[in-house]
Design a binder for this molecule. Sequence first.
Ligand SMILES: Cc1ncc(COP(=O)(O)O)c(C=O)c1O
Length: 301
Amino acid sequence: MKPFQPYPYAYIRGSITPIDEAKVSIMTNALQYGIAVYGGVKGFPTDKGLQIFKLDEHVDRLKRSCEFLKFRYDFDEQAIKQIFVQLVRCNKPTGVTYFRPFIYRSDTKISPDIAGEYDFALYMLDMPAYFDNTKGTSVCISSWVRNHQKMIPPHTKASGGYINSALAIDEAHQRGYDSAVMLDIDGNISEGAVMNLFIVKDSKLITPSDDSDILLGITRATVLDLAKELGLSAEQRKVSKEELFTADEVFFTGTAANVSWCRQVEDKTFGDRPGIITQRIMDVFEALPQTHPEYYTEIRH
Ligand SMILES: Cc1ncc(COP(=O)(O)O)c(C=O)c1O
């Protein structure tokens, strides 16, 4: 996979700066301890500018993550959205764009506590495609357990918590898989390393529930809404490993991955193309800019 190209301007410490100058001190607290939360937001080009998918929900999740973790949060959501607007106008993206907003502990005190100074930063990358959706995703079951809610709360996008995902992805790559599925502490399915997971059984969608140590994905919520519109029944509940292996279809959801069909879990192959229900979900998801313009915030260049 080619590295994604960054756009020339970023936002840090209260102003828009050339990306090469958007730097922090070696002593930055967040750099030592991962005391930060981040988001991943997608924008799609139009003739006039960019349509950003569910921007309000992403900005809200950033805020709720900070509040839950007791990070000092004195950022105004409207002001954060305005920074997206300003940065789009500076960078004038022409392709599919990935935004990385984050709030990080920016002071240089050498202690791993929560109290401290926090800064909001934002940069943008050109992101043509994350997974090759033509061949489907292969995953192993990770031997690493998903962060438990009493360890690093998985419903927050806490940066430090992603060591957990990184270990699972590394293990998957060592074993020749694209990515990993993680189990919760009780051995039930939690989610993919950086994606939520759905199974399809007897034409019904089933996805691990809130109490399965998942990130409550914005794409997951969208797919649950789409399922309702399509008249498909969808359950959010504990999902066992056995149910995953005996599913008719499996797919993943996430901002970077969109809806990605799963080809293989360990040595169980689900087929060489998306299942019928997965394909329907992929199709309606792709049509969202036309069918659900209300999901998008339009920013004109
Ligand atoms: C651990 C984890 N789960 C699920 C997701 C999918 O969430 P979303 O659909 O909000 O991008 C992500 C990506 O943000 C993630 O990092």
